[in-house]
Structure formats: structure tokens, C-alpha cells
Write a protein that binds this ligand. Structure first.
Ligand SMILES: NC(=O)c1ccc[n+]([C@@H]2O[C@H](COP(=O)([O-])OP(=O)(O)OC[C@H]3O[C@@H](n4cnc5c(N)ncnc54)[C@H](OP(=O)(O)O)[C@@H]3O)[C@@H](O)[C@H]2O)c1
Length: 348
């Protein structure tokens, strides 16, 4: 079989760079072109020094893109929908990492993003990109929209509980702690080292746009409210989501174990992490850097019938590039783990 010819738009970014790291070593893929307007003509190692001597690719402009099999888009929010006319004829399949096509309802998009969608008729054509939830649709999909990183960590933690209807749907409170690479590689006051270093900063106590994805994926035909807050902490990569879920029935920890095993036991990238003792009793993002895992743990507070579900991912991997490659593998019928086998580093 000929290799699948892929190109990456926005390859100088953090998510694009991570895609490139994965796709260069994917045995079924040939990376054709990578774009950056700022670094046009420069070797990719200029921006991604980890890729020195791994590729001779240089950045090209979006206007230079040629036809390929799959186009991965790693552009900032708003850019993909603005330029989609240019991208659609170039590739049979598109995997977009931005938020532009995640919501399947134009009204919801307007509500959360504050403006009308430019191509609302395309929203239904994009499959929401969490493979564990949408594998069957992905098998025949032409277009996939990767999920937000905070949304991925939260939805994977809550999905079995909401699907089974075991929770008070409007009472779940989620707090995520996020690393700085979530903000991309553009420089801002908030990312300036003396300002960002050592901070534990609540940056979105309410109103985070990823809530729209969570409520879309966890609704199952009912209305619900997810109460979500986000805090920046001293990490480069990683998301730790702590979800406080109020159960609507009496359950034991064994019941909860069984539930997660039922939903995720056969999923190669989801691990239930719950040890009785030792250091590593619950998920920790640090241990997941560079991997495509989502680790999920929990503890039941019988006193209040509150289940605390703890989930961790690497935002650039399971929260972006790794998730996109996982979807790509499904679209082409490759082994689920192809190109995603890295087990992480310890200690790190
Ligand atoms: N960072 C994360 O953890 C994460 C997780 C999940 C999803 N995402 C999503 O992935 C996308 C990329 O995120 P990122 O963190 O990689 O951002 P980033 O580091 O800022 O990279 C953005 C990329 O887009 C290019 N670009 C910027 N403006 C452009 C424009 N108007 N036209 C064409 N190219 C443009 C940049 O290239 P130039 O060199 O030309 O400037 C760069 O390659 C975003 O939509 C983000 O929401 C990010």
C-alpha cells in the first residue's frame, strides 16, 4: 500500500509541531508539506529543534499547498472556517484541531463564540474527534474536528456516568489545572516567564468555551449544566481535571470500577488509575507528557454521595495531535496504536 500523503497547516505551532513529530514516524504516512507564514522557507528544525536531523522539510505557505490525502489543520480559532474554501478541494479528508467545527449546532457556536459561524452548513459534516466516543462515525468520515484539550479530559472522565444516567446532571463541578502550552506558542503578557512562572492563576472561573463541547457530548437528549473552572499552574504540558459528581443512587467503589472497565477496558489509551497506597494513587499529567493516554481515577465520598473523578492528559497529545492521529488511524483502518506507542518518561 502506498503511504498516505499528509500535509500540516500551521505546522510551526505547538499542536502542529507535535503532529509533525508523530506523523514523521508513522509507518503508513508520508508528510508532504508543512506550512508557516512566519517561517516560510525555513527548515522545520528552526522552530522544532527536537526534529533536527529527523526531516529535511522546510515550511511553505498556505498558497503553495498541493493536493494530498489528508490535511491536518493546526490554525488558531477562526482561521480554519475562514479559509476552508481553499482547503476542501485539496484533500479527500481533513482533520481540524481548532474549535471551528467542534459544535454541531450553529446557534450554540454563536452563543459560545460570540459570532455567527461562516460555514454553518459544514458543521454537521465534521465528526467530533474523541475516538472513544465516535469511532464508528469516524470509520467513514471525511472530516473530523479534534476536541478541545480541557473538554477531552473532562468528557472522558464523565462520559460513562452521564451515559448511564447515574448522576444529577446539573450538579457536576469540574476544576481543571492546565499547563502553559495550552495557550499556543504566540507570546503574550500572560506567557511572559517572570509573569507566568510559579503562578497558580484562576483564568476562567466561569464561561470557558469548552463547556459547549462538554454539554454537547454529555447531553444524551437531556439538558444539563456543567459547572467548569480553569486554573493555570506551573507546567508546560498537561491537564488535570477534577470532577465533582453527585450520584443519584447509592453505589460502591466496586460499581464505579466495573462501570469504567465496561466502557474503557478495551481502549488502549485509557487507563484506570486507582491504587490503594504508594505515591501514584491517582492520575498525574507529568507522567503522561508526550503520550496519548488519558488516565482516569476516582474516589467516592460516601458521606455526601459525591464521586470525585480525576483525569489527566497531555494537552498537546491526547488533547490535540495524538487524538488527531488516533482518529486518522480509525479513518484508514490502521491499528489503533500505530504511531502512538510512546509510553512516556519516568522520572521526568
Ligand atoms: N495548544 C494546545 O494545547 C491545543 C490543544 C487542543 C487544540 N488546540 C488548537 O489547535 C490550534 C493550534 O494551536 P497551537 O497551540 O498550536 O497554536 P500556536 O502555537 O499559536 O500555532 C498556530 C499556528 O497557526 C499559524 N497561524 C497563525 N495565524 C494564522 C493565520 N491567520 N493564517 C495561517 N496560519 C496562521 C501559525 O503559523 P505562523 O508561523 O505562520 O504564525 C502557527 O503555525 C488552535 O486552534 C488551538 O485551539 C491547541
Amino acid at each position: 500500500m502506498n503511504p498516505i500523503r499528509v500535509s500540516i497547516v500551521g505546522a510551526s505551532g505547538f499542536a502542529g509541531g507535535e503532529l509533525l513529530r508523530l506523523l514523521l514516524f508513522h509507518p503508513k504516512v508520508q508528510v508532504m508539506q508543512v506550512t508557516s507564514e512566519r517561517y516560510f522557507g525555513k527548515p522545520v528544525s528552526k522552530v522544532h529543534p527536537n526534529l533536527r536531523k529527523q526531516t529535511s522539510l522546510t515550511f511553505c505557505g498556505i498558497d503553495d499547498l498541493q493536493a494530498c490525502d489528508v490535511l491536518f489543520l493546526g490554525l488558531p480559532h477562526g482561521s480554519a472556517q475562514k479559509q476552508i474554501e481553499h482547503f476542501l478541494p485539496l484533500a479527500e479528508r481533513i482533520i481540524d484541531l481548532s474549535a471551528d467545527f467542534r459544535l454541531n449546532d450553529a446557534e450554540s457556536y454563536k452563543k459560545w463564540y460570540g459570532q455567527a459561524h461562516r460555514r454553518p452548513e459544514l458543521l454537521q459534516q465534521f465528526v467530533y474527534g474523541i475516538p472513544e466516543l465516535h469511532r464508528e462515525e469516524m470509520k467513514s468520515a471525511r472530516y473530523v474536528s479534534s476536541a478541545g484539550c480541557n473538554a477531552t479530559a473532562t468528557i472522558l472522565a464523565l462520559y460513562p456516568l452521564y451515559k448511564e444516567g447515574w448522576v444529577h446532571a446539573d450538579r457536576t463541578v469540574v476544576e481543571v489545572k492546565v499547563g502553559s502550552s495550552e495557550g499556543g506558542n504566540k507570546v503574550s503578557k500572560a506567557s511572559h516567564h517572570p509573569i507566568r512562572h510559579g503562578c497558580v492563576r484562576s483564568f476562567k472561573p466561569t464561561g470557558h468555551r469548552h463547556i459547549a463541547e462538554m454539554e454537547q457530548e454529555l447531553a444524551f437528549g437531556q439538558s444539563l449544566t456543567i459547572h467548569f473552572s480553569a486554573t493555570s499552574v506551573e507546567m508546560v504540558r498537561g491537564v488535570l481535571a477534577t470532577s465533582h459528581v453527585f450520584l443519584n443512587r447509592s453505589l460502591s467503589e466496586k460499581d464505579v470500577w466495573k462501570l469504567y472497565r465496561h466502557y474503557y477496558g478495551k481502549e488502549p489509551f485509557i487507563r484506570i488509575v486507582k491504587e490503594r497506597d504508594g505515591l501514584y494513587r491517582f492520575p498525574e499529567p507529568k507522567l503522561l507528557a508526550g503520550t496519548n493516554f488519558c488516565d482516569i481515577g476516582f474516589e467516592l465520598d460516601a458521606r455526601s454521595n459525591r464521586l470525585v473523578v480525576i483525569s489527566a492528559i497531555d494537552n498537546l497529545m491526547k488533547g490535540a495531535a495524538g487524538q488527531a492521529v488516533q482518529a486518522f488511524n480509525i479513518m484508514y483502518g490502521f491499528e489503533k496504536t500505530t504511531g502512538l506507542e510512546f509510553p512516556g518518561l519516568h522520572p521526568i
